[in-house]
Design a protein around this ligand. Structure first.
Ligand code: MG
Length: 277
């Protein structure tokens, strides 16, 4: 009888220890789940860095590849010609000619690396309609005066509306022009607007109604308060342009909300490895 009691007491102790271990494992696993990075990957100038897009930045093919690959975001750049045509092109010049000072006809015959014409915004947005899971990251380039920028903002919003894309889940805005950001924030309330330069602190941007920062990677790396300040104000955070695997991991672990990269496929792999560890 005494021997049976002692056996029962041993079994109870063993069960208690096993229960504690199971609870601890469960808590640890839940904690791990919470800490897994959830960064959205933004294809910089589309997913141009692949054969299917013909390695053509800012092409419709690059936008389509980003959509086909289900990247969360696809970034592109917009400049306005002298006759108010919005062109998807990074620089303010094409073949030495100022976009803003020349009519569209001067650029109509220029071809991208994959043979496409330089996309006009309308053609670009028409293609974007096919990829509802990929948010457009619309970069409006700085123009020479606030008045020209106001016109570019107004035409951009009208174009998005024409294609049913004037929706905060479908498009967000970025710009190096503080004026353009302020205008977008004012005319498109509820949309994410991120400022690309680091000459204005997140807190001041927030006061101006701008809801996010999209900063060069060194801004975050050299000033840890930059991300903290933006996060404490509930602002959206994006980093450009992160192309090295090791740096991608740093930003994923930092908890950045969006990571803009020329290698979205590699970023997806790095993120996946982190999440499976
Ligand atoms: Mg850009």
């Amino acid at each position: 009888m005494k021997r049976n009691n002692s056996l029962l007491s041993g079994i109870r102790r063993l069960l208690t220890v096993v229960s504690c271990v199971l609870i601890a494992c469960c808590l640890f696993s839940c904690k791990q789940k919470v800490e897994k990075p959830k960064t959205a990957i933004v294809a910089h100038r589309g997913y141009w860095n692949c054969e299917a897009a013909g390695y053509a930045r800012n092409s419709i093919a690059a936008l389509r590849q980003a959509g086909e690959a289900h990247f969360e975001g696809s970034e592109f750049d917009v400049n306005m010609t002298a006759d108010s045509v919005l062109l998807v092109w990074h620089d303010s010049y094409i073949d030495g000619k100022s976009i803003e000072k020349n009519p569209y006809s001067e650029f109509a015959d220029v071809r991208l690396a994959n043979g496409e014409p330089i996309p006009v915004l309308d053609s670009f947005l028409l293609a974007a309609v096919d990829y509802p899971a990929t948010q457009l990251v619309f970069e409006l380039k700085p123009h020479s005066t606030p008045e020209v920028e106001d016109a570019a903002v107004s035409l951009s919003l009208k174009a998005l509306e024409r294609y049913g894309l004037l929706d905060p889940s479908r498009v967000m805005f970025i710009s190096f022009s503080l004026h353009a950001c302020e205008q977008l924030a004012q005319l498109a309330p509820g949309f994410t607007v991120q400022y690309l330069s680091a000459d204005v602190r997140p807190s001041l941007l927030k006061q101006k109604g701008i809801s996010g920062v999209d900063s060069h990677l060194n801004v975050f790396l050299n000033d840890s308060t930059w991300l903290e300040e933006a996060e404490s104000l509930d602002m959206s955070t994006n980093v450009w342009t992160v192309n090295e695997d090791s740096l991608m991991q740093v930003f994923f672990e930092m908890g950045i909300q969006q990571l803009t990269t020329d290698r979205p496929d590699a970023a997806r792999e790095v993120l996946s490895k982190l999440n499976n560890n």
